[in-house]
Design a protein around this ligand. Sequence first.
Ligand SMILES: Cc1cc2nc3c(=O)[nH]c(=O)nc-3n(C[C@H](O)[C@H](O)[C@H](O)COP(=O)(O)OP(=O)(O)OC[C@H]3O[C@@H](n4cnc5c(N)ncnc54)[C@H](O)[C@@H]3O)c2cc1C
Length: 394
Amino acid sequence: MAEATPTSLKRMRTGANSDSVVAAMTQPAWDNGDWNALPPLNHDVTADVCVVGLGGSGLAAIDEALGLGLSVVGLDAGQVAGQAAGRNGGFLLGGTARFHHDTAARYGRDWARAFHQLTLDELSRMLVDTPDAVRRTGSLRIASADDEWDDCQRQHDAMQADQLNVSYYSGPEGRGLLFPDDGVCNPLQRCRALARRVMARGARLFEQSAVTALESGYAHTRLGTVRSPQIVVALDGRLGELCPSLAPQLSSIRLQMVATAPLPAIRFTRPVYARWGYDYWQQLPDGRLALGGCRDYSADTERTTDASPGGAVQQHLERLLRDTLRIDAPITHRWAAVVSYTASALPVFASPHPGIWAVGGYNGTGNLMGALYGRAAVRRAAGLPTVLDPLLPA
Ligand SMILES: Cc1cc2nc3c(=O)[nH]c(=O)nc-3n(C[C@H](O)[C@H](O)[C@H](O)COP(=O)(O)OP(=O)(O)OC[C@H]3O[C@@H](n4cnc5c(N)ncnc54)[C@H](O)[C@@H]3O)c2cc1C
């Protein structure tokens, strides 16, 4: 594939017959084209549970509902994992979006440790459910400067005190911490595998079926309505649009990535989280590098629901790739998606109306947390205890 530059993206958007080329250039590197589109909902249906949003959180919710013997309908405005769940960095990191010692300082050591363990349990489940798309590689936090190294030491001590696996690391990536229990995935392949699995178990999934209005017992789309006593809304980046009462708690942020052609050798055997987590990359088994981050360099432009890649962040990613990592392989993919952040850095778990359960706001780290919250929402909807109960506000 030809090199994708920020300028070439702009040119293609304005050129004749360019739409299909732009679509290819803005697809994530994760997409191997193996998905057969699902039909839209074009009639009224009933189900025990309706799940709105077929990203990783919604699919986990469906999986949980099927396990409880419930009938499920799932709706997505676009494709299965067509947004953040299939367009992310693929990191599977234990804990919240904050480093462990920060979470412990804010919510208490017991809380932080228990939450960390729940996310790692979710990773173990993924390894069993979708083994072809998930690897437990461990992950690295690399310090970019002395103050971050000091912070790594604080994190190391706090994790050891709380019996969480961590060790100091020094290697070609730099110095920092190694978390052996973390992992990586191909996020799109993982979600597609999960979608196939739940459909094989009887879930009815519909694509191109945006929910335009929600009320207790009903999810309305343009061509059909799902009648269901329990509705789980798992939209992360767009949660506030469908549940406006939650909008004040959520900020939509665009996150961007690039991927390269295969490097001549495997340089990174573990995913790397650097510069306080603002930059992150993983090398895929075929040698390609998927690199994301740099949003802090252009915070204002990234406060948006526009999910197309571009602007200063793409240029910063390129600089990180060429000048810092010294990689000259051509960039083959550039993509972006929108997620939600919260002031507390913890996800939202709310019931804005009777029978409607809303989850999202994973602060850019929703692969494990989203699955955890999606499952918990279904169990709450079914009146059952959830593993999150001791950790959620009463
Ligand atoms: C570039 C990038 C890198 C990231 N890196 C990581 C990472 O390495 N590790 C990590 O853990 N997290 C990462 N994240 C965050 C992670 O991708 C998200 O937190 C997670 O995917 C959220 O999943 P979700 O299923 O809740 O939401 P989404 O994936 O956003 O799925 C929501 C779905 O709802 C659909 N939808 C929207 N509106 C409607 C509607 N009205 N009706 C019906 N359907 C609707 C959308 O089409 C979408 O498919 C990253 C995100 C991005 C963008």
